[in-house]
Every structure is written in C-alpha cells, then in structure tokens.
Design a binder for this molecule. Structure first.
Ligand SMILES: [Zn+2]
Length: 384
C-alpha cells in the first residue's frame, strides 16, 4: 500500500466495525491514524480499537513520527526515541515505560509479528495532542506543525478514507479466510443436477453433520422447486449454476451459447430467490470442452468455473452401490489437500452421504460451502 504523506502530522485511524463473516468471527474495530495532516497508510497490520483504546503497529507509527526505533532481540526491549525523549516497551512483560518513568502494564501485544502499542500514550509521550474524529473514524496526533483543523482534515481525506477502508477490509477478510483454511481441514461437498426430490433428504443429512455444501443447479429445476432452492440457501449452503440443457451437443456449441445457458440459469435463480451467483460448474466438467475461448468467455461474463478433485462416481449407472460411492471418496480424499467432492442428487447418493460425512468428520474435516469470492478450482487451473 502506498504511503501518502501530506504534511507533517499523522492521521489517527478511526475505528469502524466491519461485519463478521459467515463464520461468525469477532467483530474487529478499525481506525485511521493521522499524524498532523498526513494520513498514515499502514501495511499488513492495521491499527485497531480494543476496549476503547486505539492500538497501532508501533514501529511503523514511530518511524513515521520521526522517532528512532531500536529493538534489542536478546532482552526483548524496544526503545523508541525522539527529541531527547524515550519510551521503552518490554515484550516479555507487555509493559511500557514512559519517558517520565511511569510503568504501564499489559498494554502491548503482538499481532502478525508486529508490536501493537497504545496510540494515544505513545503520541502524548512525544508531545502530540490527540484528537478523535468520529467521522472516518480518525485518531489524530498533532502538534504545532498541524496546518488544518480536524474538520478540514476529514473533508480533505474523506474520499481517500472510503477507498482505503474498502481495500483494507478486503485485505483483512482475505487474510482471515486464508488463516481459516490453514487452521482447518476443509472439504467441499458439491451436488450437481438438482434441485430434485432428493434435495431435502440431502439437506437433512447435511444438517445432522453440521455440514454445508454447494449445489450446482439446472435452470428448469430451479423453477420447478423454488421453495427447495430457497431452503438450500437459508440453511447456509451456496448455489451455483449448471446451465439449462445439460446436453453436450447444445451447451458446447459455442462460447456464447454456454454463457447464455449460465445467464438463463442465473435469471431463474434470481426469479426464485432474488439472488444471483457467479459460481458455475459446466456439465460433465470443464475438460475437454472448455477450451481457451470458452474459458475466456465465462471469465469475461464474470463467472468462476469450478470442477472437482474427488469423483464419487455416483452417476455411473442408474443406481450405484452406496458402498462403492463411499469407497471412491475415501480412496481419493487422502490425495487432495482440499477435497472438492463431486456428488449428484440421486437415491444412491442419499444413502451414501451419511457414511461419507461420517468418515470425513472422523478424519477431522469440516464442510463449508464454496464462496463466490474464492479463486475457483478447475481442471485447467489446479490450485489445490
Ligand atoms: Zn450434471
């Protein structure tokens, strides 16, 4: 992220809550920091408000302030010095000692390898006055070098703040998602060709295992089972598009026909649920039909194309033995870092599903739906 230095003072970051995502994580509080007339653009780790106190990544903040930062690795002490004043941070005891010798305990912490320290205390220690501007929100440290008032400052930067905020939220969310993926063993359960008379049974089983899945649905079936589509979504699953005809000779006639089938399917989804999606799975998978011009066409239309990396083979015959389906999954799952399991809406799959979920749960997997913001996995773009 670029630094935009404007005058001599730093913007304090204002805090604003950003909603928790589907996993119900803690609500974080974000704030912009201004030093005199300059909005500080932090990188990687951002200022945050915890229990009413604004914390900043201290090194970046101190250096922007023109302070000298020295870290003694052996003692774990950080010395921040400016204009003959000095404060000491003791990481081991989470203690801060001010220039006047005041000891403040339990006021520093480490976040993503950055030391976070209270903004106000640090700024005041070096002779800055601190102001909080509700709009933004902004925390501002200022001294005699500040050129503009708090009100002017907000007006000057409000457009920039909006953009900066969007960028940071996106970054924070992406990082949270990434951490989530690293922390848990994730399996994606996917069902094609529905909705159908089996969907509700599948949902019931998913619920028993606290599992969420992704349903790639066909246009006419969406129209035939509107309540079921809505129920799929209401219960925390995601819906993707599977087209209209499911006929190789029709859907793969040209890139624009393929896209128009997905668009039609999306319109059905919107009619029934009021929502659209960018997730698609093309019939029979993306190889060999989705050659480059097809792939470009779906990307240009804003779609994310998903295949699978575990094939349950539950649609090889009219009725496949549930035992075989389970074995197929078991046999392939171990070879995948993030299994994306292909299933269909069929009787044999309904019978196999509890055993699949049972097995995967014992193996430590959790089941979350595919998210429209994720990078898609497909046969042309293997990332898992
Ligand atoms: Zn299909």
């Amino acid at each position: 992220m670029k630094k935009f230095i404007l005058c001599a003072v730093i913007f304090t970051l204002v805090f604003f809550p950003f909603e928790s995502d589907a996993r119900g994580e803690n609500i974080n509080h974000f704030i912009f920091i201004v030093l005199n007339d300059q909005l500080i653009s932090f990188q990687d780790v951002y200022p945050e408000v915890k229990k009413g106190t604004t914390y900043v990544p201290i090194r970046f903040f101190a250096e922007t302030m023109g302070a000298d930062v020295k870290w003694n690795h052996q003692s774990g002490l950080v010395l921040i010095a400016k204009d003959g004043k000095e404060i000491i941070l003791d990481l081991a005891t989470k203690t801060l000692v001010t220039d006047g010798g005041i000891i403040i305990t339990d006021c520093i912490y480490v976040k993503y390898n950055r030391i976070m320290a209270p903004f106000k205390l640090i700024a005041q220690s070096f002779g800055y006055e601190v102001a909080y501007i509700g709009e933004g929100p902004i925390a501002r440290a200022k001294n005699e070098n500040a050129q503009i008032s708090d009100g002017e400052l907000y007006l000057k930067f409000k457009n920039e703040l909006v953009k900066e905020k969007e960028k940071i939220i996106l970054e924070i969310r992406n990082r949270e998602r990434e951490e989530f993926r690293l922390k848990y063993k994730i399996a994606y359960i996917t069902f094609d060709d529905g909705p159908s008379i089996y969907t509700e049974k599948l949902l019931q089983i998913l619920n028993q295992y606290n599992a969420k899945a992704t349903f790639f649905m066909l246009s006419d079936r969406i129209k035939n089972y509107p309540e079921i589509v809505q129920r799929v979504i209401n219960e925390g699953n995601t819906v993707g598009l599977h087209g209209v005809t499911h006929d190789v000779k029709k859907i793969y006639k040209s890139p624009s026909i393929l896209v128009s089938e997905m668009d039609a399917c999306n319109r059905s989804l919107q009619t029934v649920t009021g929502m659209r999606t960018n997730l698609i799975r093309v019939p029979y998978g993306s190889k060999p039909y989705m050659t480059q011009k097809y792939r470009e066409a779906v990307v240009n239309a804003g779609y994310k194309m998903w295949d699978w990396n575990v094939d349950s083979q539950d649609s090889l015959a009219d009725y496949v033995s549930p035992l075989m389906i389970v074995e197929n999954v078991k046999e392939q799952v171990g070879r995948r870092s993030v299994p994306i399991i292909l299933l269909h809406e069929r009787q044999c799959t309904v019978e196999a599903l509890p055993h699949i979920l049972d097995y995967l749960k014992k193996e430590g997997y959790i089941f979350i739906p595919i998210d429209s913001r994720q990078e898609p996995f497909n046969f042309w773009n293997k990332i898992y």
